[in-house]
Design a binder for this molecule. Structure first.
Ligand SMILES: N[C@@H](CCC(=O)N[C@@H](CS)C(=O)NCC(=O)O)C(=O)O
Length: 254
């Protein structure tokens, strides 16, 4: 069996898609962490010269980039735990919803909602909610998108179970209202309770700090955040949004 390697980054929802698929399929692989995604290793540049992004998948002589392209290759290479239904119409539906989520750029909209302010934030949050409304319909009465077990669409949208709540917290916003989206809310619970998924998630606290710092950089603020600063930052944001006080000076504490 040719050697399988996955080049990823701990906080990347795209790299995690591939890791989940490989784990579900029981494929042994070597994980290589890209230490600094903004100061790319020569290995990443060499393996993915077009986009210079993770994930990159290496299988013997084959090198593949782009999470969905990698997933497709995994489906064809390893038949165990198929992730796609047998029925052609059901397969088409999975492709339809994957394409829908990609074309609507829901992940990017949620990301933008986290790291923007004012009107731009509102627009991005609304776009995310509008797409979720459609996805909610597809989940009604199901444990997973794949029915009784995790499938391709669950993996494709898996970031919504764990990254989205972190982005909601960091961006001080509510996107997945359990009353508005009961099916998605219970899917999140089911997905995160799955043993393979549960054991393959980045630490939440580290994510909060990481995405707070990313947000801060993108908003043009300076200094690094520690977790203690998070709460100060949140209340600061809320006050600023309500226009109730001047910005509080942020402490650098780590
Ligand atoms: N469409 C790509 C997106 C990959 C991507 O954006 N990866 C991020 C990490 S989450 C990255 O490598 N960013 C580095 C950069 O933007 O330069 C996929 O699905 O694999």
């Amino acid at each position: 069996m040719a050697q399988v390697k996955l080049l990823g980054f701990w906080a990347s929802p795209f790299a995690r898609r591939v890791a989940w698929a490989l784990k579900l399929k029981g494929v042994d692989y070597e994980y290589i962490e890209e230490e600094d995604i903004f100061n790319k290793s020569s290995q990443l540049i060499e393996l993915n010269p077009v986009h210079k992004k993770v994930p990159v998948f290496v299988h013997g002589q084959k090198v593949i980039a782009e999470s969905f392209v990698i997933l497709q290759d995994c489906l064809k290479t390893w038949k165990q735990c198929p992730l796609m239904p047998q029925d052609p119409h059901e397969r088409a539906m999975i492709r339809f919803w994957t394409k829908f989520a990609e074309e609507k750029k829901i992940l990017h909209a949620a990301w933008n909602a986290m790291c923007s302010r004012g009107e731009e934030k509102e627009k991005a949050a609304k776009l995310t909610v509008d797409v979720i409304e459609k996805i909610e319909g597809e989940l009604k009465g199901k444990q997973f998108f794949g029915g009784e077990s995790i499938g391709y669409l669950d993996i494709a949208l898996g970031w919504m179970s764990y990254w989205l709540p972190v982005w909601e917290e960091v961006g001080s916003m509510k996107i997945v209202d359990p009353l508005q989206f009961p099916a998605l809310t219970s899917w999140i619970k089911n997905f995160l309770e799955h043993p393979v998924i549960k054991d393959n998630l980045p630490p939440r606290d580290r994510m909060i700090i990481y995405f707070l710092n990313r947000t801060k950089v993108l908003l043009g603020l300076t200094g690094d955040f520690g977790l203690d600063d998070h709460w100060l930052y949140m209340s600061n944001m809320r006050h600023q949004e309500k226009g109730t006080c001047e910005p509080v000076e942020l402490q650098i504490n780590w």
